[in-house]
Write a protein that binds this ligand. Sequence first.
Ligand code: BG6
Length: 480
Amino acid sequence: VSRVIPVDTFDLVIFGGTGDLARRKILPGLFRRFIAGQMTGESRVIGAARSELDDAGYRDLVCEAIAEFGGAEKDSGRLEEFLARLHYVPIDATGEGGWSDLRDLMRDGVVRAFYFSVAPSLFGALAERLHSNDVAGPDARIVVEKPFGRDLGGARELNATLASHFDERQIYRIDHYLGKETVQNLMAIRFGNVLFEPLWNSHYVDHIQITVAETVGVGGRGSYYDKSGAMRDMVQNHLMQLLCLIAMEPPSQFEADAVRDEKLKVIRALQPVEPHQIVRGQYDAAAGAASYREDAENPRSFTESFVALKLGISNLRWAGVPFYLRTGKKLKARSSEIAVVFKDLPHSMFEGDEKRHRNILSIRLQPNEGIDLQVTIKEPGPGGMRLVDVPLDMTFADALGDEAEAPDAYERLIMDVIRGNQTLFMRGDEVEAAWRWTDPIIEGWEARSDVPKLYEQGSSGPEDAQMLIHRDGRRWRDIR
Ligand code: BG6
């Protein structure tokens, strides 16, 4: 049974408290933390949004959200108790309405946290009003959702606005990938074992692949997605974070700035990506299934729903080692994996063994979280020393049973906010550095009016993505 450490009493205000993210993730997540015994004492959740609701109306809304997205049905006996901790304040994010009510509701002596689950265009207005109406208090924390800008200029502006009202130690920029259990396991595997770290460099690693494949399309959120595309929606943030954790130098401690300093160094060492090192794709129509353009309701859209790219890191550890990244929607399977492919042995002592044997460490992020190490052994039988590659495969759920059950990314991250632990949140300079690398790629596409390659739904992406890696004499791992 997992150990749960209760957090301090808090007042958590969710701006956008009636919105999609709040209903799907934040509120059901808080309920699960409540059931788990982590949200204790007198902690409260205060929804704040435009709708004219009262506490009772909000409790009804949350009750429905938990029924729909909760995943804690067996504990619904405690739902009333949880609902009693909820309050609601109608608020005008860009005007003055509701702010004094919110101020009156806040208590001293408890952690104050404010979750900005609203359109990014409102972040600045909220920060300013929290401050000018004296709602925040000196140790308040603000939680900021993605997207954090849509380019370097926008991110800088946003950082500057937030910084004029809050210190960096008060700002929690969410990348929910960092809250995923297995993503944190990347650090445990790398830095908690003697086995891997000595080999984790260009002397032993041939290349690294990072795949985040989804089966969903963009239906329903096309209007946001079409202005964003896979590069902004996934690569600049989630894949970049995975890359950082795989490639960074060992921090001296597992502590917010120690970790974030190392991640920043990786981003700063990224080589620019040339046009031939990147492939964009867009999913085509299929029998009975709409095309990307139909889903996005933009018949002339050039937005990409798939990206594959090759990048290099200019530092002593990684020079010469290619990193291949890909992500896309409507692919073959929902499957996220990082694979570290080690180099061939320089010499084989086994006569007649011409097959290429390789050690591959694969870390499955989702689903079916686990690690798999491909090792070479002797094929059983009397036929001499014939070698065969077999998996040393471990699924965390099998190895750990119930203990493998981890809180969802959002639950964990919210609890970290209350604890005041910023390790799994992005620092302002990190986000800016990631945009500095991304911007020229997107600007290049725009300047060339680049047309994404169509790919078949349920495939592994466009043919050109295969070419990207085949030319180097390598191949993508199967999306399974
Ligand atoms: C979000 C993106 O940040 O991450 C979505 O906006 C994407 O487009 C989602 O589907 C993927 O997250 P997860 O947790 O389902 O892998």
